[in-house]
Write a protein that binds this ligand. Structure first.
Ligand code: GLN
Length: 535
């Protein structure tokens, strides 16, 4: 039977529960346990797919096509595992299931209530992955902050599980903040005391308290927290701010977070963690030999979380290339013909980001043109690839009004058009082309060189596609479709063979990049940027 670790958060949001959970999972995995992580989110959207990136950051897509919280990206990048729909559950999904059951008459005339019906459904889903027998330890992150109205049913479910399972099958880890007051020159434990008190009032007592802090905690503070929060001093863990999130597993190892969890779980025999690869990655990350500057062109650049997986992919690809990747955020809305050279000056590569809707696209097209004409390495992802296609149509093929029907439904030259199966879709949630699809690469193309094989799979999230009616014209003028879905004929990759590095992909390679397996396209893009920089 699987054992369960629950991770809750208190005091404020954005403390990095996802990173702490992923780091703990990494350590347990490095000690040979079969581990996975799931996240329960208290909002009412059925999944985050319908959320604006400004609301919730990037939407992470799994192999099986689930639109999930960005923390699942951290789990995959740390653990090199594939998560799936089951790993991310929202209040909306819980209620949807319960209400559907009620409509089907499955409750046999009973009054349907938060306790036990909603909490039963939460518990059923908390156990689903563990029941498969595929894992030894399941970490469950509870989204939100203790004390929020929305998180109550989830905390109640944790309470019931704590009560229901044998003592040594469950650990509750509570993450809090220990603020440092500059004027008093003191670390303050009161918010943590209150947060643990609030959690305890709901019946859940944490076994371990992880304290985010900018300053070293020291034994006095640890003892004070232990005393007031009723945990052993060894179960008060200091989580200092780290220079990179990839250092957190090692910090947690030093603080023995994994050992204390295993002790509570009754696991007394375990090997030393194998973190060789992780440490060599960190070394390369911290001591790069060169630097490249990449322009990230998007419309949500003010919000770093909107492009989380892309930024992390740059970190993985930079480390393997022993280069520091400095990312310059360039807002696509502010690029025009006059300032483009100035805006893109000093860059070694240009990435045009994914996105939706009309805003900022002309800036993206102008940036692509600059990269194409100046031999600047170019990498377009999803909308970024579509912009490269429009740019080529307008400026090389001379189809001045070429457009995407997403932005210009009546365009006479829809070089990007709506996929056939999308035409009848009216509902927005979960209806894009989602998840992993196979793609065949053309022999000797750049894409083929990059991947080193002709059959790949990558993850998708889009409604529009390259319009094959124009393919011959594109290829005759020098832009080739080098990756195609063999079943549907959809073009997934466009590239320019007579450019040092110009590639646009309809899929999202950033969703499969991890510390252990950096995404090949990112690795090659950074290598091309290095070459450009040397020149
Ligand atoms: N808006 C485009 C589409 O739906 C691109 C989507 C994306 O960049 N993820 O096809």
């Amino acid at each position: 039977m699987a054992k369960y670790i629950f991770v809750t958060g208190g005091v404020t949001s954005s403390l990095g529960k996802g990173i702490i959970a992923a780091s703990l999972a990494k350590l347990l995995q490095a000690r040979g346990f079969r581990v996975t992580i799931q996240k329960f989110d208290p909002y009412i959207n059925v999944d985050p797919g319908t959320l604006n990136p400004y609301e919730h950051g990037e939407c992470f897509v799994t192999e099986d096509g689930a639109e999930t919280d960005l923390d699942l990206g951290h789990y995959e990048r740390f653990l090199s595992i594939n998560t799936k729909q089951l790993n991310n559950v929202t209040t909306g999904r819980i209620y949807q299931t319960v209400i559907n059951k009620e409509r089907a008459g499955d409750f046999l005339g009973k009054t349907v209530q938060v306790v036990p019906h909603i909490t039963d459904e939460i518990k059923r889903r908390m156990f689903l992955i563990g029941d498969s027998g595929d894992y030894d330890i399941i970490l469950t992150e509870i989204g939100g902050t203790v004390g929020d109205i929305e998180s109550l049913p989830f905390i109640e479910a944790v309470r019931q599980i704590q009560w229901q399972l044998p003592e040594d099958d469950v650990v509750v880890v509570h993450l809090t903040l220990i603020p440092y007051l500059k004027a008093a020159k003191e670390l303050k434990t009161k918010p943590t005391q209150h947060s643990v008190k609030m959690l305890s009032e709901t019946g859940v007592h944490p076994d371990i308290i992880v304290c985010r802090t900018e300053e070293v905690l020291g034994n006095d503070i640890k003892n004070k927290i232990a005393l007031f929060c009723n945990v052993k001093p060894e179960a008060v863990i200091e989580a200092m701010d780290a220079s990179t999130i990839y250092e957190v597993p090692l910090l947690m190892l030093r603080e023995k977070l994994d050992v204390i969890c295993m002790k509570k779980l009754g696991i007394s025999v375990y090997p030393e963690p194998d973190l060789e690869y992780w440490k060599s990655f960190l070394d390369k990350l911290k001591y790069p030999k060169t630097k490249v500057t990449i322009g990230l062109i998007g419309k949500y650049v003010e919000l770093q979380d909107a492009y989380k997986s892309i930024l992390e992919s740059f970190i993985h690809a930079g480390a393997i290339n022993e280069a520091k990747v400095q990312v310059v955020n360039i807002h696509s809305e502010f690029i025009n013909e006059q300032n483009v050279e100035d805006k893109l000056k000093g860059l070694d590569g240009l990435l045009v980001a994914p996105g939706f809707g009309h805003r900022g696209i002309e800036g993206k097209i102008i940036a692509v043109k600059y990269a194409r004409e100046n031999n600047l390495p170019f990498f377009g992802i999803c909308l970024g690839m579509q912009m490269a296609v429009i740019e080529f149509a307008r400026n090389v093929l001379g189809i001045k009004d070429a457009h995407s029907v997403e932005m210009e439904p009546e365009t006479k030259n829809p070089v990007i058009s709506l996929m056939e199966e999308q035409k009848k879709i009216k509902m927005m949630g979960g209806t894009m082309r989602l998840g992993a699809y196979p793609c065949e690469l053309r022999e000797n193309s750049l894409a083929h060189q990059i991947y080193g094989e002709t059959e790949i799979t990558e993850r998708h999230r889009h409604r529009y596609e390259f319009n094959n009616d124009y393919l011959e014209q594109f290829e005759a003028a020098g832009m080739i479709g080098s990756g195609t879905n063999a079943n549907t004929g959809l073009v997934e990759i466009m590239e320019l063979p007579n450019h040092p590095f110009f590639i646009g992909v309809q899929f999202h390679p950033e969703l499969k990049s991890s510390v252990q397996k950096p995404a090949p396209l990112f690795v090659s893009f950074i290598a091309a940027a290095k070459k450009y920089n040397e020149k």
